[in-house]
Design a protein around this ligand. Sequence first.
Ligand code: CA
Length: 560
Amino acid sequence: MHLTIHSSWVIKLVIPTFISFMACNSNTTKEPIPPNIIFIMSDDHTTQAFGIYGSRLASLNPTPTLDQLAQEGMIFDNCFVTNSICVPSRAAIITGQHSQTNGVIDLEGKLSMDQQYLPQEMKKLGYQTAIVGKWHLRHEPAFDYYQVLPGQGKYFDPEFRVQGEKPWPENTVETQGHSSDVITDITLDWFENKRDPNQPFFLMQHYKAPHDDFEHAPRYHDYLEEVIIPEPESLYDNKTNGSVATRGINDSLTRIIGSSVSRRNLVRNQAMNLYMDSTVYRAYRNAQEVAEDELKPFINTPEEKVNTSIVYQEYLKRYLRCVKGVDDNIKRLLDYLKSKNLLDNTVIIYTGDQGFMLGEHDYIDKRWMYEESMRMPFFVRYPESIKSGTRTSAIINNTDFAPTMIALAGGAVPEYMQGRSFKEILESGIEPEHWPQETYYRYWMHMAHRHANPAHFGIRTKDYKLIFFYGRYWVDTDDPQAKWNRESWGNDYARHTPVAWEFYDLKQDPKEMTNQYHNPDYAETIENLKERLWETREDLNETDERYPHIQQVIDQYKDS
Ligand code: CA
């Protein structure tokens, strides 16, 4: 009895003193502990293929794990890519810079180790750095540890590039299984066997899925098999979306511009992609043959609609099966982190490297400045400083990711980065007063890869989008480089395409069904947006000073 009383007194006296000592100590002498950071990125995982973004596909519940992760943190509704294609997006993320500043404007781009600013800065801040999965920036990754796919990598039994005795990229390892499973396995192995528990970590885990050709693990074969996937209305009728730049005069270019779900596009459509109908494919490889057919309009007959619907169902099912594989693997990762007490002291970021067209406007693939392609999923969980269940409409883009992660790690954002840290938005939930109200976009690869998207640039605000299709190759067509790039990209159809502006009122028309550029009611708004577009291009070093043949087009059509 005596002892019991004695011990409880000891506890009452000693514990509060100890706690106040600790609190005092941490407030005055100890720096805040830098959080671990995991940046998870999938390839071509678009906002329509989530529950949280409320698209027509949300009711299919394609991402239960990711939705929950997002709801425990902050969801960004206005996150956009600056150039909707793999390599330039990844370069923007690693450098915090737009394409003309980091030099990566197309799929041929690469980043030297010195230019890989994000891992370099994180190392300087005392982080152990690692990257697993898709890399695609060609030079050796400047991370403490890497195991990365060569180029796009393979879906099944992928080979990886690793550190070793031989110089990059000669050290490789073989693996077995589906890439999403294997990439997660490698990450878990890194945690178990290679992580230094005395250092905070910065891990980039990049899935190959759900990039085309949408090969899922066999266990998903029956997923959604019996379900009819909701279709976008614009799959069959694109109404007044687009302009002469995307459709040609009197729709004369609809057979060659913009790869399609339907058989509208003669050069590349999803039926060819899915079924590899090599006879059809070969028949249209020849530009001359395409030229002969392209003037015949595509009639969306009842028979064609049936074809389109069959292709669409198969396209979406394959895509969503890949998405499901990613979602299940994220669950494995989160369960592991939880079991090791790493879940709540780690900033977890999830995104896709750009959006993707899932049949909206009858388009497949990305590249377009249209919403489904330009918009990125983006959310962050970190219960220490981000309230769960928060959402923001602040506009951010992929050049802002590196500055934000550096700021979260306790560093100062380097001057050479063009993006801005949105750490304050994450922590306060409030968009700061002088936060940018627009984001700039530029797609360079004119008519490449038989997806055949004309080159364009533009500006997006919360309410509006203005796009200028200048319809020219980035190299002058007299330049030998132009020919090399055409061959390298498999683009036999490079040609000048018509120039036009497009304008969408996103509040009235969120699906971008009507180009309102010539509606006089919007004349003042459009004038104002053009001013902001030219200013933004100057501010971001994104003018066409180095491309006089494009500048000439801009000068000629500026006020048209
Ligand atoms: Ca991509």
